[in-house]
Design a protein around this ligand. Structure first.
Ligand SMILES: Nc1ncnc2c1ncn2[C@@H]1O[C@H](COP(=O)(O)OS(=O)(=O)O)[C@@H](OP(=O)(O)O)[C@H]1O
Ligand SMILES: Nc1ncnc2c1ncn2[C@@H]1O[C@H](COP(=O)(O)OP(=O)(O)O)[C@@H](O)[C@H]1O
Length: 292
């Protein structure tokens, strides 16, 4: 399946405001905040020096409340900043969004590509890392900047505190989704390759990034093929009960219902990594990601 989606620039918020297309192709004026994702509320906080705005998801009603026509400061007693609106996001209180004049459009112009997230999902041993690296190489040889976020690798650092129980996998995916969003906002073609077994976690990442800039690639490889490959011997350990909660054995994998690209592999009939990567490159080309 190779679906063509209408291109819309990606990634508001996150790493610096992103774009809703208003400034596409032209420099964004200094002090003008980037576009916010759909459904995002806007709250202007004009600081004495420079303009600041709260991020869409950063608005929490108590902090952003307007009292008697005046925007209430979130506990600040500092003179001169009484018109700032601070926010509470999760456990972060008294925070403010700060935009920069150089935004995603400018970075994309520099790189002559559109930032996006290619999210590769599939069973262990399905070939996610191989596809991610082959795709990265293909795009590199065409002059495009990519960055691979590999689940296994990230668990050596950023996500080393997480296990494989469902809530830790969810946190793993959430963090990688946030990082991927920053890379896309930087104008980079971010290739995330994780099992990401739960549909809801993957969809949450899709919703973080602008929908058309999230390209979900399902490596649909039968369990028996993955198990026969077993490059790390993990399936063997899982079958013998030495690893508990292994995806596909005694832990679930939920295939996507409707994703951008499905790469199908059958027993005895699996395309070479290069031809899989070409399938993704064709999608990126057809949807305008490989040019500014
Ligand atoms: N219980 C269990 N289930 C699945 N996978 C396991 C498990 N324990 C360790 N491993 C190894 O961890 C790699 C998957 O990490 P991910 O971060 O991609 O997983 S997840 O998205 O959070 O489900 C995975 O790497 P890949 O084989 O590259 O997918 C395995 O090597
Ligand atoms: N398209 C393919 N055809 C045949 N073997 C493959 C293909 N892609 C990957 N492999 C092999 O399958 C094994 C698992 O690949 P890997 O990329 O590590 O998978 P994952 O990251 O999903 O665990 C490796 O030994 C790799 O060489």
């Amino acid at each position: 399946m190779l679906a063509k989606a209408p291109f819309r620039p990606c990634c508001g918020g996150g790493g610096g405001g992103g774009g809703d297309g208003r400034w596409a192709g032209r420099p964004r004026p200094v002090g003008v905040a980037g576009g916010f994702r759909r459904g995002g509320a806007r709250l202007v906080a004009a600081a004495a020096a420079g303009e600041r705005r709260t991020a869409p998801e950063a608005v929490s009603p108590p902090a952003a409340a307007v009292a008697g026509g005046k925007q209430r400061v979130n506990g600040s007693a500092v003179a001169g900043i009484d018109r700032l609106v601070t926010s509470t996001v999760g456990k972060s209180t008294n925070i403010l969004w700060h935009d920069c004049p150089i935004g995603q459009p400018e970075r994309q112009k520099l790189l002559n590509q559109k930032g996006c997230v290619v999210w590769i999902t599939g069973l262990s041993g399905s070939g996610k890392s191989t596809l991610a690296c082959t795709l990265s190489h293909e795009l590199y040889s065409r002059g495009h900047l990519t960055y691979v976020l590999d689940g296994d690798n990230l668990r050596h650092g950023l996500n080393r505190d997480l296990s494989f129980k469902a809530e830790d996998r969810a946190e793993n995916i959430r963090r990688v989704g946030e990082v991927a969003k920053l890379f896309a906002d930087a104008g980079v073609i971010c290739i995330a390759s994780l099992i990401s077994p739960y549909r809801s976690d993957r969809n949450a990442c899709r919703n973080l990034v602008h929908n058309s800039s999230f390209i979900e690639v399902f490596l649909n490889v039968p369990l028996e093929v993955c198990e026969a490959r077993d490059p790390k011997g993990l399936y063997k350990l899982a079958r013998s009960g030495k690893i508990k909660g292994f995806t596909g054995i005694d832990d679930p994998y939920e295939p996507p219902f409707d994703c951008e690209i499905v790469i199908q592999c059958k027993v005895g009939d699996c395309a070479a990594p290069k031809s899989m990567a070409d399938q993704v490159v064709s999608y990126l080309e057809a949807n305008g990601f490989l040019q500014d």
